[in-house]
Design a protein around this ligand. Structure first.
Ligand code: SAM
Ligand code: SF4
Ligand code: SF4
Length: 369
């Protein structure tokens, strides 16, 4: 193995513990800080066809990088079984992610399997997907037909040269824009577009992106560059605070604050004063939203993470593959959530210091955003 390769899969995950007297799910559970479990993010692959500089930099994710072997991935049947157990605990929203989720073969089959899951409330599950958009032209219709509700597309620039520097694989903006159009045409709208802003790399694209999507059916959201994982060489100087993003847009396209759609909404919303729609800003660094965080993450190989910044996952696959029944596994999931105390973003400075001392955080491309 080449020297610059760091294996980023989480090797330290303990098996998820099964309680001695497992209890059946009642449709709602809360963690130790009284936050209900609502959302599940499922990573379906650790591979990606992009090498975004802030996520899978080429120096680390080179051609010899040891991705997970196929047998280590959860199968669609295993994912659906886990999702069913989460839904029984009150999860109403499932987002598929990765790596690049559309690289997982026949993903639409998984979408159809998840779509068929009944919820305790009888309300349909909210089923979405985050993608770099590169394969949407080919896949949008099949995903819609299988029952996907919406897609979020990541796009970091409108200028081709800037975008190609960001994705580092020479992928053209026009092809992502065509993917967004295909998603709208297939009925996967309203499409959200996420732009990660990295100072000195693509911050000159803030206003052009705002201008491009203003008045269109696509909602643009700006995300602060985060200190996820251990491979992107994160530095606070490269974070453009949301307040600055809003100021820079407002100077050219006047904005006014908009009320949140629901409690726990991660994006703060701003509307164009002239009625040209809205933009969102996600202050993942400067404005922690831990107090309403209702999200569990399932990695490609079946490890559960109670926080995006976790240094340790919990091995659910070991339970799935050792003959435990649904009651055991559901109760193990409940116990993990009920013991959850994570609030990394609220205590970031302290935690970032701790990471420097060796507790390595899990990669975004491994558990998804
Ligand atoms: N490949 C898909 C994509 O890019 O949309 C899905 C997975 S990607 C890990 C999910 C989201 O995480 C993307 O919107 C990406 O921009 C975001 N992301 C990755 N690394 C990030 C970082 N260091 N800070 C903020 N957002 C990040
Ligand atoms: Fe791939 Fe998405 Fe990470 Fe970019 S952000 S490298 S598209 S997983
Ligand atoms: Fe949730 Fe962890 Fe992010 Fe806080 S830091 S919002 S607990 S994922």
């Amino acid at each position: 193995m080449a020297e610059n390769i760091i294996v980023l899969h989480d090797l330290r995950a303990p098996a998820l513990a099964v309680p001695a007297a497992p209890e059946a799910p009642v449709g709602i559970i809360s963690d130790a800080l009284a936050r209900p479990l609502h959302d599940l993010r499922i990573s379906v692959t650790d591979r990606c066809n992009f090498r975004c500089v802030y996520c899978m930099p080429k120096e680390v994710f080179g051609k010899d990088y040891p991705y997970l072997p196929h047998g280590d991935l959860l199968s669609f049947e295993e994912i659906t079984r886990v999702a069913r157990l989460f839904v029984a605990h009150g999860v109403e929203k499932i987002r598929l992610t990765g790596g690049e989720p559309l690289l997982r073969k026949n993903l639409e089959h998984l979408v159809a399997m998840l779509r068929a899951l009944p919820t305790p409330s009888g309300r349909p599950l909210d089923l979405t997907l985050t993608t770099n958009g590169s394969l949407l032209v080919r896949k949008a219709q099949a995903l819609k037909d299988a029952g996907l509700d919406r897609v979020t597309v990541s796009l970091d620039a409108l200028d081709d040269a800037v975008f190609k520097r960001m994705n580092d694989v020479d992928f053209a903006v026009g092809d992502v824009l065509a993917g967004i159009d295909a998603a709208h045409a297939a009925g996967l709208g309203p499409v959200k577009v996420n732009m990660v802003v990295k100072r000195g790399s693509n911050d000159d694209q803030i206003v052009p992106m705002a201008r491009h999507f203003k008045g269109s059916p696509t909602t643009l959201r700006f995300i602060e560059y985060m200190d996820v994982g251990a491979s992107n060489g994160w530095n606070m100087d490269e974070v453009v605070p949301s307040s600055e993003v809003v100021r820079r847009i407002d100077a050219e396209l006047p904005l006014a604050p908009q009320a949140a759609n629901y409690t726990g909404e991660t994006a703060a919303r701003w509307r164009y004063v002239d009625g040209g729609g809205e933009v969102g800003v996600i202050s993942s660094v400067t404005g922690a939203f831990c107090k309403d965080c209702s999200r569990m993450r399932l990695s490609t190989e079946g490890k559960l993470y109670t926080c995006l910044f976790a240094t340790r996952g919990h091995d659910l696959r070991a339970l799935l593959r050792s003959g435990h029944d649904d009651l055991d596994i559901g109760a193990a999931i409940a116990r993990l959530w009920q013991g959850r105390t994570d609030r990394y973003s609220e205590t970031r400075t302290m935690n970032t210091a701790r990471v420097d001392t060796g507790a390595r955080k899990v990669e975004m491309s491994y558990i998804g955003g």
